[in-house]
Design a protein around this ligand. Sequence first.
Ligand code: ZN
Length: 148
Amino acid sequence: MSQVTVKQGTHYALMETGATAQWPDYTVSLPGIDIPGKLFIKESLALTGCEVSLNSMPSGGEIPFNHTHQQNEEVYVFIQGQGQMLLDGETINVKEGSIVRVDPQADRSWRNNSDAALVYLIIQVRQDSLNQYSLTDGVVSEAAPNWA
Ligand code: ZN
């Protein structure tokens, strides 16, 4: 059984979720439905700019509803297995290495129509919120790494 642990640092938080093979142990309970194999990490890590979920959908699994968002875009990062997404009625095939950006208004669902687990991350962030990033946001420190 997987168990989440969080270590709080001065300017970081470290969350342990177990190996991806253990992610099916997690369940998110929504009104009227449980989604097995899903774990949101925002609250554990005290994230302030995005929500991320870890997901492992079993063979034959599916999200039994469509949904849209009000202001957040989502990025689906598929890291193991294969399946399909349904985006505004269009079916696309996804597999390990596929990354899909979904606009807030897109009506979406997805399923695992393969014979192995579909493992993926979903990153949810406010559309048009990123003003600076990577090399325009990062600042190289004067001190070199000191691993002591
Ligand atoms: Zn969503």
